[in-house]
Design a protein around this ligand. Structure first.
Ligand SMILES: Cc1cc2nc3c(=O)[nH]c(=O)nc-3n(C[C@H](O)[C@H](O)[C@H](O)COP(=O)(O)O)c2cc1C
Length: 270
């Protein structure tokens, strides 16, 4: 059972033992090793219903959805009583899942005005376990959730098949950091401080070309030493093209680098 000071991990995937679960479990393991109580909850066991846009806007005052929704009651109760939260979201079509979105949208409707989560430490992990596309865009809804509810989020963890081991390690480190923060909340002094905090987080401000470059960089970083050195050099060529004011050719070079990296990694795996 979670309580104040404990770290709650939410798995936003229908796949209960998949990559999202493994990433959230790594973060919780880090938190547990650092001394926090932890609890893992599968959103698949508590699928929130779509917000019905109640009018008049009663839930803002009662802090309760006026339609019966046991899943939302369960999850919001867990969130209200934890000391920190980890939200792991699989990437579907460069975005997050419907299950995660339904929770987020109902949380906004009920709690955005009263701000009971102000200063709650939070960590978002986005798992782009297929092509890796959407590793940043799929994290944005999660960080928008944290920002709108005034939580104090740590840097996100963008995950692909290619940076898997490093990402698990980073999730564990950030889980340990959450454990250290879970005892006390530090709300933002005002909206300006909050917006600047979120602007300063890495990855989230990348444009589409920057996101694709990140994906190619993670892919080439995973190549074995025996891989063709021309593959990672493709990124330097892309950067040179971008610096010369040729963004289309630069992005095409990034795509070629990424595709060659994936091919080399898949050949290595057999
Ligand atoms: C409907 C659907 C769309 C997906 N879209 C993407 C995508 O845009 N990018 C990507 O890298 N993987 C994509 N995937 C793969 C998932 O991100 C991958 O299965 C991931 O491991 C999900 O986590 P899980 O193992 O917890 O299910 C998609 C999977 C599904 C089912």
């Amino acid at each position: 059972m979670v309580g104040k000071g404990s770290v709650l991990g939410l798995v936003g995937s229908p796949n209960r033992e998949g990559r999202t679960y493994q990433m959230v479990a790594s973060a919780l393991e880090g938190a547990s090793k650092a001394g926090a109580q932890v609890e893992l909850v599968q959103l698949a066991d508590h699928v929130v219903q779509a917000c019905k846009d109640c009018l008049p806007w009663e839930c803002m005052k009662t802090l309760k959805c006026q339609y019966e929704d046991p899943a939302f009651e369960y999850l919001s109760d867990r969130l209200l009583h934890c000391g920190a939260v980890v939200l792991g979201a699989p990437i579907y079509w460069w975005d997050t899942t419907g299950m995660v979105k339904y929770l987020i949208l109902k949380m906004f409707r009920v709690y955005a005005r009263s701000a009971p989560f102000a200063g709650l430490p939070a960590l978002g992990i986005g798992i782009a376990g297929g092509t890796g596309n959407g590793l940043v865009s799929g994290l944005r809804p999660v960080y928008h959730f944290f920002q709108m509810l005034q939580m104090r989020a740590l840097e996100p963890v963008p995950v692909t098949r290619f940076n898997w081991d490093a990402a698990r390690g980073r999730a564990g480190e950030l889980g340990a950091a959450l454990a250290g923060m879970a005892g006390a909340r530090h709300p933002f002094a005002g909206v300006e401080e909050r917006l600047l905090w979120y602007d300063a987080l890495p990855y989230l401000g990348l444009d589409r070309a920057g996101e694709r470059r990140l994906l190619a960089a993670l892919t080439t970083a995973a190549l074995p030493p025996t891989a063709d050195p021309a593959i990672p050099r493709g990124l330097a060529e892309a950067d040179a093209l971008a610096a010369r004011g040729e963004p289309l050719r630069a992005l095409q070079a990034i795509t070629r680098t990424y595709e060659a990296g994936v091919k080399a990694l898949e050949e290595k795996q057999g």
